[in-house]
Design a protein. Structure first.
Length: 171
């Protein structure tokens, strides 16, 4: 019987050693999977942080630039009101205001704010807000014929759509 007992004990020991090795291998695979998951999550978080940082840099000044657009509107209204005055002093004032407005718009442009060119372009709802339609001879349907308020784009994102009047195909 001793001979029969020894192999059984060896089998039990071998089985338990194999089970321990299998369990250790499974744990190792588990830890590797967890490590790769955490590493991927960390990499994704890093990429997300960089994207958010870039967006803050590009669009962080959006609020103040949006407010400054109103200043450009005031410049436009003032200059347009005074432009046809015949007094030489007023003409000099208009010339000075034009220079200040150009400098102001150049400064805004350096920070990513650009105007939307609308007149003569086809109506695009991504950039234009149609306020009315009018028939105008010689114009194609859906062509912008008047700009009521200039629109602006900040680094490719529409900050304010142009308010326009669009040509219609019927009188």
């Amino acid at each position: 019987m001793e001979q029969n007992e020894k192999p059984t004990e060896e089998k039990v020991e071998t089985k338990s050693e194999e089970q321990v090795e299998t369990k250790a291998a499974k744990e190792e695979i588990d830890w590797k999977a967890k490590y790769y998951y955490v590493a991927a999550e960390l990499d994704n978080a890093h990429k997300r942080f960089e994207r958010e940082k870039e967006n803050i840099h590009k669009y962080g000044n959006e609020k103040i630039l949006s407010d400054l657009i109103d200043v450009t509107d005031t410049f436009d209204r003032t200059v347009n009101m005074l432009r046809f005055d015949e007094d030489q002093k007023v003409k000099n004032l208009v010339f000075g205001l034009d220079m200040i407005q150009k400098q102001f718009l150049d400064t805004l442009s350096k920070h990513g704010l650009t105007g939307i060119e609308s007149l003569g372009k086809e109506f695009d709802p991504n950039f234009h807000e149609a306020m009315a339609q009018e028939y105008e001879e010689g114009k194609k349907p859906n062509e912008v014929i008047k700009e009521l308020q200039k629109g602006f784009v900040l680094n490719g994102r529409v900050l304010r759509a142009s308010k326009v009047i669009v040509s219609s195909d019927k009188q």
